[in-house]
Design a protein around this ligand. Sequence first.
Ligand SMILES: Cc1cc2nc3c(=O)[nH]c(=O)nc-3n(C[C@H](O)[C@H](O)[C@H](O)COP(=O)(O)OP(=O)(O)OC[C@H]3O[C@@H](n4cnc5c(N)ncnc54)[C@H](O)[C@@H]3O)c2cc1C
Length: 516
Amino acid sequence: MVKTLQIRLSLEEEAQEGQLKHRAAKYLGLDQKEFKLKVLRKSIDARKPKIVFNYKLAAFVGEDLPALDYNFDYKDVTKAKPVHIIGFGPAGMWAALRCLELGFKPVVYERGKDVRERRRDLKAINQEHIVNEDSNYCFGEGGAGTYSDGKLYTRSLKRGDVKRIFQSLVHHGATEEILIDAHPHIGTNKLPKIVKNIRETIIRQGGEVHFNVKLTDLIIDGKNLRSIVLNNSEEIQTERVLLATGHSARDVFYLLDKKKIALQAKSFAMGVRVEHPQHIIDSIQYHCGENRNELLPAAAYSLVHQVKGRGVYSFCMCPGGFIVPAATAPGEVVVNGMSPSKRNNLFANSGIVVEIDVERDIRKYEQFGNLKGLEFQKDLERLAFTSGGRSQKAPSQRLTDFVEGRISANLNPTSYQPGLESAPLHSLLPKLIGSRLRKGFEEFGKKMKGYYTSEANIVGVESRTSSPVTIPRNEKLEHPDIAGLFPCGEGGGYAGGIVSAAMDGERCAEAAVLGL
Ligand SMILES: Cc1cc2nc3c(=O)[nH]c(=O)nc-3n(C[C@H](O)[C@H](O)[C@H](O)COP(=O)(O)OP(=O)(O)OC[C@H]3O[C@@H](n4cnc5c(N)ncnc54)[C@H](O)[C@@H]3O)c2cc1C
């Protein structure tokens, strides 16, 4: 017999070993030996000064604990029909895994390097300010998801089976905690191993993963995709291609546009990253002094406010994390955030971004047609490069100076390795972003007392929140003009994070193998 129950533990009870089982036994009226306990969900309620841990539990009375719900049946696909996948980010990885389950051979081409080799290029960006256009925080094995924060939160619950994605992450080395946490998080130190394990599964089952191979052209015969060109040299005939190249592969958008393959401009968001000392966020969220209780994780926040008809909101908040240089080409500065699994760094950073309506907000860019959002994004990244001093140093200002319109005489310490340069972002950012951010920060200061402080820096620019372009697809998930081409994941505009990209990869794989 299985009984579900909810138990709330205070901080003091949480600290005592065996409390959960003790309380469950009391609730069930059973001896502790008579049942086994499985945690289904764990969350922390810190809205009131008395912090509470909420548990949803299943008690297995006289039964063994069940195994994981999913049994991944990866077939031997050595001799199976191929499905070509461009890009080995979450969308490409889960598309490849799904191909294995469906009995088709995934053949993956990834422009970047494997996770180990990729590390050197990240070091070069951080320490020597050198950006490799094929290997960086966005490109390489695991895509933008590898050296990321690894938050697994998604709102796309209707778009696929989130639980399946989580269980396959556990199958490939993630801890089972992600199955129960209300805000699951893997951490950048653990992601590379998981990504490598996924690659090994694909290769072991007869699939292929090729690194340093870039899609450079698509050969189209009437309305059918005939072949793909790799590294400007090799042509491969193909019936099915999943285009999972992410939102930073601008050369892919230019290629499609040049070939007159339909694209659509899409609204997105841009702004800055704000960085506070973590203890300030902890003291606001946990109503504590400088030191939070050791049972509590570094505190997070989520903020939103409407300013002059556009949303200003926090994006990819990283407690105990780092700001990282996420540029994909020389001559641009782009910031993003990540954190290690323990979230034990001294800083809390978050993107604070403004919605950009591509139809109404950037009329100046009309000449670029469907790539207008992309060109606007590029201009802002160039602005960050020049105002940061023409390196990977990022332009920055104390939060209060930004809002009050002053240049910062000096800046706060930061986690951003390439370094910061004081710059008048209040006057440099386009008004549609800058003025809304300034108002937004004032409002956030009212919602979280202590948030609006000179001890925080803002760092520019947070420009890659989502794709500025949609690649259309029909009900078969195929491009409406080109049979055999399946736009997939975040680059096509069909995902906004690791989990939603993975789910979209699975769906595209299922669609692509139909009729093969
Ligand atoms: C620093 C950082 C932190 C993040 N933190 C989180 C987080 O905590 N949680 C979350 O959900 N999301 C996070 N994200 C976003 C998340 O990583 C993306 O939403 C997700 O990776 C998108 O998956 P994708 O497979 O669609 O595209 P990508 O991950 O962008 O993968 C695309 C892949 O295609 C390859 N590629 C591009 N062009 C070509 C070509 N021409 N030929 C061959 N290969 C090509 C690229 O090298 C890349 O590997 C973060 C992103 C960054 C940069």
